[in-house]
Ligand binder design. Sequence first.
Ligand code: HEC
Ligand code: HEC
Length: 248
Amino acid sequence: MKRGLRFLALGLLLAWQALAGAATPTPTPAPVPDTIEQRVAACIACHGREGATSNAGYFPRLAGKPAGYLFNQLVSFRDGRRFNTDMAYMVQHMSDAYLHEIADYFAGLDLPYPPVSPASDATPEVLARGRMLALQGDPARKLPACVQCHGAALTGVQPATPGLLGLPRLYLASQLGAWLTNERHAQAPDCMAEVGRRMWTSDVNAVASWLTTQPVPADAKPAASLPAPMPIACGGTTGTTSTTGASK
Ligand code: HEC
Ligand code: HEC
């Protein structure tokens, strides 16, 4: 995929050089409008049209996620808290101001989610375990419920906590795994690393399986706030607990 993009870039460069070097004046091509839509066209090649993707496959949806969350991720890819070669390459030279603009653009897209299939190859026991983790957590292991931070409807919370519905199962499981294998970090204190540590591998599969069988509510917008403080402080989110170290 990245190679394809590089070839595309090379092709454009060659075409531009051919135009620039042409001896006879050619009619000036219509200028490409410098709009945000134009600038995010490359993102859509992977993330889907308008940033909406189906829940099969791997690429996460961007449309409608909290702007602060999207911004934090773009900065994390740029600054090495999150590792993905393609993403790091995309954002390596982008300024904070530009990343804010991109984050605001995708956050502002209000697009319907594709229908979710309730079918799953997970057993009813596994799905029941996943449901319990999402809605109640596991007090015996001091594992908070996902809803305590991701919102009662699991559609995320402003300004920087993402929703967990309408995402590909492979993506969900791999992100939870990445916190366990130290390949994904959030700003300190990294609460998801703490949540990940309290989960068994079978729990990762169970909760990812259950989440991907859940319909996305008609109003999938992130909640404005949480009813109670987060059970563990999360860096990069604000106004959640008194100990939150919003370091940036
Ligand atoms: C070559 C494919 C590719 C392109 C082009 C691309 N992305 Fe990504 N992006 C990915 C992949 C793969 C991931 C998931 C990475 C991981 O596993 O952590 C991702 C993750 C993200 C995330 C994190 C989403 C989340 O829910 O945490 C954001 C935000 C993002 N991309 C924004 C962008 C933007 C903005 C652009 C354009 C400037 C872009 N991407 C271009 C492949 C791509
Ligand atoms: C203490 C609060 C808290 C709890 C509890 C919590 N999360 Fe999170 N979660 C967050 C925050 C904050 C982020 C954003 C981290 C970042 O900026 O990278 C996040 C991010 C995620 C992501 C990444 C989403 C994406 O688009 O890449 C996944 C997946 C996730 N959480 C799953 C879960 C699951 C499953 C549970 C329940 C077992 C859970 N979380 C419980 C706070 C929490």
